[in-house]
Design a protein around this ligand. Structure first.
Ligand SMILES: [Ca+2]
Ligand SMILES: [Ca+2]
Length: 92
């Protein structure tokens, strides 16, 4: 697990965001929030990405479900409760 993470970060160090396509940048953004590396963003990971965008403010459970439920309802097309990269792309 740690080795995998180190390898991933090493790969990242060689990347130049300036030369990436929009899709590549979005894919790295997606990977940055996929903490368990299963290539799916679950509710917790999505929440982390929303908190990050909102500057780290704390949300109540109610606010969390108000934000996540419509998101998953609209973009989780295969209804597994997680967003794949293809589903995530549609939500941007
Ligand atoms: Ca994940
Ligand atoms: Ca899904």
């Amino acid at each position: 697990m740690m080795n995998h993470l180190k390898e991933h970060l090493q790969d990242q160090a060689h990347l130049n965001p300036e030369s990436m396509s929009m899709t590549e940048r979005q894919f790295h953004l997606f990977l940055a929030h996929d903490f368990d590396n299963d290539l799916l963003l679950d509710g917790i990971e999505l929440m982390q990405s929303i908190i990050h965008e909102e500057g780290g403010r704390v949300f109540s459970d109610r606010e969390v479900s108000q934000m996540l439920d419509p998101l998953l309802d609209r973009f989780d097309t295969d209804r597994d409760g997680k967003l794949s990269f293809a589903e995530y792309m549609m939500s941007l």
